[in-house]
Design a protein around this ligand. Structure first.
Ligand code: NAD
Ligand code: 0WE
Length: 261
């Protein structure tokens, strides 16, 4: 029997079958979860519907997180199919592309800073608020984050502060929802070539760097992240909340980045 048998999971953030959220959906489906999906725009709808069908689901609702109304409407629409559910996966980030290169101080703008924080961080808390009345006891919420929240990674720039804010939100949300036996955690994934990563210059050399240096000598996959997400969604992780779990092949724990002879 799968570890998510009898659970319903809402998956946000699928843009393609390379998305981290796709790996999460795949692993959660394998573990017996019933799935529902959100898509950002009408343009992404056919792709997400096809992926939903692949996982035996016909529940797809639009959610554009830059709009409070859109977030509220998404949960209202979801209610047409599900009165309640158990797992919420937040897998959404955005900053203006011009701000993900060069010097942080030189590239950051008031508007870009606001966008990055709003789309990549605020949206998780906003979703949780709208979802709250539909969440079953022992529900599990999770989000995707990156090492750039706690280290200055070249070019990650304004996304760093945004992920730091997201990780802090995880702790505040965990404290808020804990008394209702609802858990909130984050997964800090190593670099993976997804659509969001494809637009980043130098991403390939970053993958090569990690592969050659990190403890496990490989990059992580969306399945690695998906399996951890399935664990976090399941009652196997019942004692964990407010945590950031690193799925990074050990990279976070390295303190020196060159090979001794
Ligand atoms: P992706 O491009 O496949 O997914 C990003 C998703 O964000 C897309 O589905 C997009 O539709 C959605 N999105 C962006 N703006 C939105 C908005 N305004 N409203 C609704 N949805 C919006 O890329 P991914 O790498 O799978 O990213 C998913 C998450 O994983 C992000 O939070 C990212 O920061 C995080 N992450 C990625 C990596 C990596 O190396 N790829 C590593 C660690 C963490
Ligand atoms: O969180 C991310 C990517 C987030 C992201 C990516 C884009 C590219 C396209 C947010 N906004 C945008 N906006 C766009 O216009 N990652 C963890 C992947 C990533 O992105 C990097 C990385 C890593 C790792 C950017 C620079 C340096 C490292």
């Amino acid at each position: 029997m799968g570890i998510l048998e009898g659970k319903r999971a809402l998956i946000t953030g699928i843009a393609s079958n390379r998305s981290i959220a796709y790996g999460v959906a795949k692993c959660m489906h394998r573990e017996g979860a019933e799935l529902a999906f959100t898509y950002q725009t009408e343009k992404l709808r056919p792709r997400v519907e096809k992926i939903a069908a692949e996982f035996g689901s016909d529940i797809c609702v639009e959610m554009e997180v830059s709009s409070d109304d859109s977030i509220a409407k998404a949960f209202k629409d979801l209610k047409g199919n599900w009165l309640n559910f158990d797992v919420l996966v937040h897998s959404i980030a955005f900053a203006p592309t011009e701000e993900l290169k060069g010097s942080f101080i030189e590239s950051v703008t008031r508007e870009g800073f606001k966008t990055a924080h709003e789309i990549s961080s605020f949206s998780f808390a906003a979703m949780a608020r709208e979802a709250k009345s539909m969440l079953n006891e022992h529900a599990s919420l999770m989000t995707m984050t990156y090492l750039g929240s706690v280290r200055s990674v070249p070019n990650y720039n304004v996304m760093g502060p945004a992920k730091a804010s997201l990780e802090s939100s995880v702790r505040f949300m965990a404290a808020d929802l804990g008394p209702d036996s609802i858990r909130v955690n984050g997964i800090s994934a190593g670099p993976i070539k997804t659509l969001a990563a494809a637009g980043v210059s130098g991403f390939r050399s970053m993958l090569k760097h990690v592969e050659s240096k990190t403890s496990l000598r490989r990059n992580v996959t969306i399945e690695d992240v998906g399996n951890t997400a399935a664990f976090l969604g399941s009652d196997l992780s019942a004692g964990m909340t407010g945590e950031i779990l690193y799925v990074d092949a050990g990279y976070r724990n390295l303190g020196m980045n060159f090979d001794m002879e």
